[in-house]
Design a protein around this ligand. Sequence first.
Ligand SMILES: [Zn+2]
Length: 114
Amino acid sequence: MSKIGRKEYLTIGLILICTILFAIIHSSIVYRGQEISMSRAFVYFGTSFLGGLMIFGIPIFIIYLISVVYSQRKTKAPIPLIKSIPEEGMKYCSNCGEKIKKNATFCEFCGSKQ
Ligand SMILES: [Zn+2]
């Protein structure tokens, strides 16, 4: 039932942007001035990335879930069935309800006499 739409892309994008920004800022502040090897730097960045994922990923995902539930509840609301007023020279069939010509003696859809 679930399909990937604009909301899903927006959620994933927002989480990734926040997490990457957090990882860059966090690792550059915490490990600033340290003489570290490239592999250690990757480990530090990875740790910061996971931390950022916990900090931003979970709340953004919860907000996303709430918005999905809210929008589903909104669309499930009953839509009132209002029949439009027929156009000039038209009427609705007394049997099937299709729009037919006002002067028609028989319905062109169901064939019932008008
Ligand atoms: Zn009819």
